[in-house]
Design a protein around this ligand. Structure first.
Ligand SMILES: [Fe+2]
Length: 319
């Protein structure tokens, strides 16, 4: 009998989106759309608990993977502030051109955000700030050929997308071992206690830094913190294959969930970091034209029957 070979999944392509938890829809819009200049590409509810609040997606004009910052908005929900500690995703970093950091320092300061220079990282300058809800964020000045085509900022200063995310896992060596051995990351650089890993290419939007933090508090999810990092896979079929691999490695994996514009499967990697795999189909234009993304309340098919109740429950927001 001919041997039947089961093909493995296509490799992971880089970061798809990064998700935070925040407490104010108005602040979220004002910060990511009006200050950072990103495009609101989709507004939906928190699909795990549809009447609990909004979920906004911001990104480049097309909502390209590697540019998408999303926030679950728990307005009026009695959730404590996040504790950034061991087991946290501590920072989300965006890339801008190297000459843009002075522009951004001035723009963020004018918006009321305290900025501070951090030591150069792998040779690139880093500017730290927090969004209006406290999410720890950075701009990295670097060469990045992506052009986000955002309408409201001068081209030379636009945020190109994610540069990297920084993790402070509980046991950093376990996390590095897992990212390399199971998910296919490569270690591309080290600097002090920081290890840079890349997946799908050694370039902005495909990088994750693991830092060793041997003391200080354990991290805790809460408002003003980063909740998970989603990585891009090619298809739902690939997601299913990766789900089997992750389960085989001993992880609890949710399996693919239909989010309306893509599917997602969730898991926690050793070291305590929440991650997700997302594919790209059917994409943002399944329910809106590309030029009018982010205007309607978008819901996946299985939530459409509850649209009236969801619309009634979501806090009023002036878009
Ligand atoms: Fe997500």
């Amino acid at each position: 009998m001919a041997e039947v070979r089961r093909r493995g999944p296509s490799p992971i392509r880089g970061i798809h989106h990064i998700t935070g938890l925040v407490g104010s829809a108005a602040n979220d819009l004002r910060f990511y759309r009006d200050v950072l200049g990103l495009r609101l590409i989709k507004k939906t509810c928190n699909q795990e608990n549809p009447t609990s609040g909004w979920h906004f997606f911001f990104g480049d004009r097309l909502g390209s993977p590697g540019t998408i910052m999303t926030n679950i908005i728990l307005e009026g929900v009695p959730m404590p502030k996040t504790v950034e500690g061991r087991g946290s995703i501590t920072d989300v970093s965006y890339s801008v051109s190297p000459g843009s950091l002075d522009y951004w320092r001035e723009r963020l300061t004018a918006a009321g955000c305290a900025c501070s220079d951090r030591p150069a990282r792998f040779g690139d300058p880093v500017l730290h700030f927090r969004d209006f809800d406290g999410i720890s964020s950075e701009l990295v000045g670097c060469e990045d050929t992506r052009m986000p085509e955002l309408a409201d900022l001068p081209d030379e200063h636009q945020i190109r997308g994610f540069h990297h995310a920084t993790l402070a896992p509980r046991i950093p060596e376990l996390t590095v071992q897992f990212l390399v051995g199971v998910l296919g990351f490569e270690v591309v650089a080290t600097e002090g206690s920081r290890t840079r890993l890349a997946v799908g290419g050694n370039e902005p939007g495909k990088l994750i830094d693991v830092v060793e933090r041997r003391d200080g508090p354990w991290g805790r999810h809460g408002l003003g913190g980063l909740h998970h990092i989603a990585l891009t896979v090619d298809s739902v079929g690939d997601m299913e294959k990766w789900t089997r691999i992750l389960a085989g490695a001993g992880l609890i994996v949710t399996g693919a969930r239909d989010r309306g514009w893509f599917h997602s499967t969730y898991f926690t990697v050793p070291g305590g970091i929440n991650m997700e795999l997302s594919n790209l189909d059917p994409g943002w234009t399944v329910d809106e034209e590309i030029d009018s993304l982010g205007r309607i309340l978008s819901l996946p098919k299985h939530l459409e029957a509850h649209r009236t109740a969801i619309e009634a429950a979501l806090p009023a927001v002036e878009f």
